[in-house]
Ligand binder design. Structure first.
Ligand code: HXC
Length: 260
């Protein structure tokens, strides 16, 4: 499929999706959201891909937010639909089976911060800047920021960032638990690919079931979450990879996982 506003390449069982509107600091308009949606749907089905990395083209921005020029004159119901579109696309990223790493290479503001939060793992360059500047524009976050930020860094810190529109740098994002690691800008992509390769060396189906357990379990009460875990743990024993993984351990050799 041809995409206008993203680049998509697949290498080494990892898909790299780069938001490609550098002249607008990779701001998200509806067309870009639809490109991301179509790419994620394709990657979810692609047997050659285990892990998805999302980043932004250029060395300045991951995504500087939803496109303000596009939103400026939207009537209320269209603005609502624009929020719902982004929410649906980000939820697709969050709930797709395959793990998603955000390689945050610069500004991750508003919708950009929200996109990164829909990913499973956030790695940041030391140049990254995170924030929810919406209230400075007379709007609220609309792509899940008011929900995912408090879940990730706690309600008090999230409210402070959202109410004040203060941006935080990569070190502060690391300190509050918004990002897993901070790397020098020039090594960010290599580190993201290194992590993707480690993940894709494990049993792919087990990784996907683990994501499913965490993502669904985090939204459920503890008893439901434990039941989800037990069910999917049990399901692993219906796979060749469980037999191979355990046989390899007992035989002191490297496992050769097959289930894609
Ligand atoms: C549209 C944007 C943009 C955005 C940057 N640009 N951010 N266009 N939407 N979110 C454009 C600029 O207009 C400019 O275009 C070009 O990108 C370069 O940006 P500059 O401002 O010249 O760069 P710089 O001075 O380095 O400042 C970088 C910046 C600033 C601090 C990131 O651009 C900025 O504050 N951007 C807006 C950030 C923001 O408020 N994001 C949240 C949006 S609301 P020209 O043509 O002049 O060169 C949101 C809501 C999500 O995300 C939910 C929706 C439902």
């Amino acid at each position: 499929m041809a995409y206008e506003n993203i680049l998509l390449e697949i290498e080494d069982r990892t898909a790299l999706l780069s938001i490609n509107r550098p002249n607008a600091l990779n701001a998200l308009n509806a067309d870009t959201l639809l490109d991301i949606k179509n790419a994620v749907l394709a990657i979810a089905e692609d047997p050659n891909v285990d892990v998805l990395i999302i980043t932004g083209v250029g060395n300045k921005a991951f995504v500087a937010g939803a496109d303000i020029a596009y939103m400026q004159k939207l009537p209320a119901m269209q603005a609502r639909a624009f929020a719902i579109l982004g929410q649906e696309v980000f939820r697709l990223i969050e709930t797709m089976d395959k793990p998603v790493i955000a390689a945050v290479n610069g500004f991750a503001l508003g919708g950009g911060c929200e996109l990164s939060m829909a990913c499973d793992i956030r790695l940041a360059s030391d140049k990254a800047l995170f924030g929810q500047p919406e209230v400075g524009l007379g709007i609220t976050p609309g792509y899940g920021g008011t929900q995912r930020l408090p879940r990730l860094i706690g309600e008090g810190r999230a409210k402070e960032l959202i109410y004040s529109a203060i941006n935080i740098n990569a070190d502060e994002a690391y300190r509050v638990g918004l990002v897993n690691h901070v790397y020098p800008a020039e090594s960010l992509m290599a580190e993201a690919k290194k992590l993707a390769k480690i993940i894709s060396g494990k049993a792919p189906l087990a990784v996907r079931l683990s994501k499913n357990q965490v993502t669904r379990g985090m939204q459920a009460d503890i008893d439901t979450a434990m039941a989800i875990e037990a069910d999917l743990f049990g399901l692993c024993f219906a796979t060749e990879d469980q037999k191979e993984g355990m046989a390899a351990f007992v035989e002191k050799r490297k496992a050769d996982f097959k289930c894609k």
